[in-house]
Design a protein around this ligand. Structure first.
Ligand SMILES: CSC[C@@H](O)[C@@H](O)C(=O)COP(=O)(O)O
Length: 365
């Protein structure tokens, strides 16, 4: 996507040909800062601290992290060590495991001397593959927005989204936001309700920033407003991303997604989830029992970050000192609450049969 007229990806090979540049998302929306990753440790830190975040981008960053590790030491032991260290950075987004396993599988079969070059080629393939995939998700999701527009007759299609599932969460385009960009670019009037997404505020900081840069009409709402908006007919459809979708169609996504899906069911608002094939965990059927939910620091709940009127960015307490807090970063929306999944291969029911119909080769393995 373009930032001030310049086309950007969220991750790219630096001009030295081996280190990796990222957009430091912890600085947005206040500051545009490109950070350079020159070691596996730096890549792992970037994922852990959420300088890069969002399931597809986490996978692509881990792939490049493995390249950086192999550059220092391409032995079998180093490959294993880097794989394990990168895998431990964040537990919920399955794209991390997907990318690392694909890299290890192919590189492990090569002699160490050939690994570095092959690793960079494969990491670039993974990143470019996600761009292509998101473009297709945009096409398939566009049809849903077009249909909503036709059914409505007049006025913009009001889409509610949660967290950030835009180009910043991917390598380009986004998952949930790709259809919105496609619709906007095609001249279909679309307006986005942006959930702020406490505690990290990815909606307020990142989704509002992205949509604003692209000129897509949007309105920021407190997380608690969604149910009210749906009850009053002000949401035509919900469209969110996911960090891991089980083979039965249960959806792990940013904390608060489940509540939106419950409200949508009650208000009869369609609830769509957009995802690339790399986000499906074919090894898991029961999301609630089997998907690991990341627990993050209490400080993200007891404090809030923002830019004061004087321009300084700071974190301030919003609870009495010492208040205990708990911070699950994701929740599970059961397949029964999901109207449909929007993938790069088309739209399907959130069910084992639905996913197997689109991915027969993966469901069989
Ligand atoms: C393509 S994005 C899908 C999800 O990764 C997104 O909705 C999300 O929950 C991101 O969480 P984050 O904690 O910011 O990495």
């Amino acid at each position: 996507m373009r930032v001030d007229g310049v086309p950007y990806r969220t991750i790219w090979l630096a001009e030295d040909g081996w280190s990796v540049d990222i957009i430091d998302q912890t600085r947005l929306p206040w500051e545009w800062r490109v950070a350079r990753l020159a070691s596996m440790e730096a890549a792992a830190e970037a994922i852990r601290s959420m300088r890069v975040r969002g399931a597809p981008l986490i996978g692509a960053t881990a792939a490049y992290g493995l390249c950086l590790a192999l550059r220092a030491d391409a032995s079998d032991a180093a490959l294993e060590r880097a794989h394990d260290q990168l895998l431990a950075t964040r537990p919920t987004a399955v794209n991390l495991r997907w990318a690392l396993e694909a890299m290890r599988e192919r590189l492990g079969r090569l002699p160490p001397a050939e690994r570095v070059e092959a690793a960079y080629a494969q990491a670039s393939e993974i990143a470019e593959g996600e761009v292509e995939t998101c473009r297709w998700i945009g096409d398939h999701g566009l049809a849903l927005i077009e249909a909503a527009h036709r059914a409505k007759g007049e006025g913009p299609v009001n889409v509610l989204t949660h967290c950030n599932a835009g180009w910043l969460a991917c390598v380009d385009w986004g998952t949930a936001l790709a259809p919105i960009y496609r619709a906007h670019d095609a001249g279909i009037p679309v307006h986005v309700w942006v959930d702020e997404t406490r505690p990290r505020n990815q909606g307020a900081a990142l989704t509002a920033w992205e949509l604003g840069r692209h000129g897509v009409p949007h309105t920021l709402v407190a997380d608690n407003a969604g149910g009210h908006l749906m009850q009053h007919g002000r949401v035509d459809l919900c469209l969110v991303g996911t960090d891991r979708t089980t083979r039965s169609g249960d959806v792990a996504n940013k904390i608060g997604t489940y509540l939106k899906a419950l409200a949508a069911r009650e208000a009869q608002v369609p609830f769509y989830v957009a995802l690339p094939g790399s986000t499906i965990d074919w090894t898991v059927a029961d999301g609630l029992a089997e998907v690991p939910i990341e627990e993050r620091s209490q400080v993200e709940v007891t404090h809030i970050s923002g830019r004061a009127r004087d321009g300084l960015v700071s974190s301030v307490a919003i609870a009495p000192e010492g208040t205990p807090a708990v911070n699950p970063a994701f929740d599970i929306t059961p397949a029964s609450l999901v109207t449909a999944l929007v993938t790069e291969r088309g739209v399907c029911a959130a069910s084992e049969a639905g996913l197997a119909g689109l991915y027969p080769e993966r469901s069989a393995s």
